[in-house]
Ligand binder design. Structure first.
Ligand code: BGC
Length: 478
């Protein structure tokens, strides 16, 4: 009977996490869908290259703002309401961008959608983390990353399904597809409870206990309740920005911003973005290369994120981090070599890139979003996780924005002249290769940083993590 009950609880928690993780699907879909829509938007609105850049940047800037504004709000009004609000913005934003009649409206609606991406990208993993049983918290939060990767793939499929060279407005349905997961998130979330941790932080002990009894392993329920109570007694101050910069939380802040720095500065989005070129170099033809890149990269990303679900709570965060980042560094060195030495073979380049994606998918992908929700105390967990999230979007923008600039600076130093109609990678593949080596160097620095700063939070109740910081202990000693 008891066993039966436990099984049901686990099932319930998985359903809760799966509904909330639909937010990840929207994150992946809405960031991915624009690339396939751009060629059609460009023809329809006669956009210049700089307008295209602005359109992409506005989505990212919206995400930074979304995370910034909604951080304190999740601590005040709760995790659930912020997710509901972002589902609403996702749904209306997808409709609006799809209906956009003019360029300014297209730009503003993209910014508006960005707000939801930024807010949900920390509120969803935060929600899952706080409602998960301690022992499977890593696996459940990784479902968020899994749905990001599924969303990226779904965006590609939507782009591909609706692309029609005879219909200039085919970009509209590509964007409208995003309404479906947004409605699922809104309706599903409506029926889900608030997290026991947030309820407790607002003094709603009975509601908190009721939910905790339904989800947590028996052995942890009373411990968690009394730990949450004593945290509230120790610290009655209000959740605000000043609080988060207090010295005892410095390590938590360094961890949240640091892991997002390394997640982005190993170049994940430039590798994904560069993949069609790599497939082209391997001998695939134009459109075929782009399709192969999106499908193969997308599938490897999804499959290895599924692998991470099974190992993240067994191997633990630190081991996974070191295995993943070491693999990323080696794969980046190989990719650089592939560009530097044309004789090495195109397939070497393709395989290195897929190995890179696989190592990212089992480590920095899920770990980034998981760790930012684990390291802060309940009262400022919303603000803290939102700082992690806005660092992610800020670093993402910076890397994508500087990638070509770095490669061209290397090209300039070598006095490379790019002929009309070609780009730098045709004329100077080694310039691109050098940038991948810079990313490899960042990954190696990440290994050293991780030794000092990645905490082992596997199987540790969130309240114990808070007590660890209060005791002034080091991250690596957790
Ligand atoms: C990162 C994104 C990236 C995606 C790829 C996420 O964890 O934050 O920037 O595009 O993983 O799967």
């Amino acid at each position: 009977m008891a066993k039966q009950e436990k099984k049901q609880n686990k099932g319930l928690v998985i359903v809760i996490a799966a509904i909330a993780a639909t937010g990840g699907l929207l994150f992946g879909f809405d960031t991915g869908v624009i690339s396939g829509a751009i060629p059609f938007l460009q023809d329809y609105f006669v956009l210049t290259d700089s307008q295209i850049e602005n359109l992409t940047a506005l989505g990212l800037i919206g995400a930074v703002f979304g995370a910034l504004i909604s951080g304190p709000v999740t601590d005040h009004i709760g995790r659930k309401k912020v997710i509901l609000a972002s589902a609403f913005v996702f749904a209306t934003g997808a409709l609006w961008t799809g209906f956009a009649p003019t360029v300014p409206q297209l730009m503003i609606s993209r910014f508006y959608l960005g707000l939801a991406i930024g807010a949900s990208s920390f509120a969803v993993p935060l929600y899952i983390s706080e409602i998960s049983p301690t022992k499977i918290r890593g696996t459940l939060v990784s479902m968020f990353q899994l749905l990001i990767t599924v969303g990226i793939l779904a965006a590609y499929l939507s782009d591909h399904a609706f692309a029609d060279n005879n219909d200039l407005e085919c970009w509209r349905p590509m964007l409208w597809v995003g309404v479906v997961p947004a409605v699922i998130l809104f309706v599903g979330m409506f029926f889900l409870p608030e997290t026991p941790r947030w309820l407790m932080s607002k003094g709603r002990e009975e509601e908190s206990r009721k939910i905790l009894n339904r989800i947590e392993n028996e052995e942890f329920v009373e411990d968690s309740i009394s730990a949450m109570k004593s945290d509230i007694n120790i610290d009655k101050s209000q959740a605000n920005w000043k609080e988060i910069f207090k010295p005892w939380l410095r390590n938590a802040l360094i961890i949240a911003a640091g892991i997002m720095f390394f997640q982005q500065f190993v170049g994940i989005n430039t590798v994904i973005y560069y993949s069609p070129k790599i497939f082209l170099a391997a001998g695939f033809q134009g459109a075929e290369a782009a399709i192969a890149a999106s499908v193969i990269v997308g599938v490897v990303n999804v499959v290895f994120t599924i692998v991470s679900l099974f190992i993240i709570d067994k191997l633990g965060r630190r081991k996974l981090y070191f295995i993943g980042v070491s693999g990323i560094a080696v794969a980046l060195v190989c990719m650089g070599l592939g560009f530097m030495l044309p004789g090495v073979g195109k397939w070497f380049l393709v395989i290195s890139m897929l190995v890179y994606i696989a190592f990212f998918a089992i480590s920095l992908g899920p770990l980034g979003w998981l760790i930012i929700t684990e390291v802060f105390p309940t009262k400022v967990r919303g603000i803290g996780a939102s700082i992690g999230s806005l660092s992610n979007w800020g670093f993402n923008t910076l890397v994508v924005w500087t990638f070509y600039k770095m490669a061209s600076a290397i090209g300039n130093a070598k006095e490379v002249v790019v002929p009309e109609g070609q780009d730098l990678s045709d004329t100077c593949p080694s310039c691109i290769g050098s940038v991948f080596w810079i990313f490899a160097a960042v990954a190696i620095i990440g290994l050293v940083w991780g030794y000092y700063y990645i905490p082992e939070t596997k199987g540790v109740p969130l309240e114990k993590i808070e007590a660890h910081w209060r005791a002034g202990k080091k991250p690596k000693d957790l």
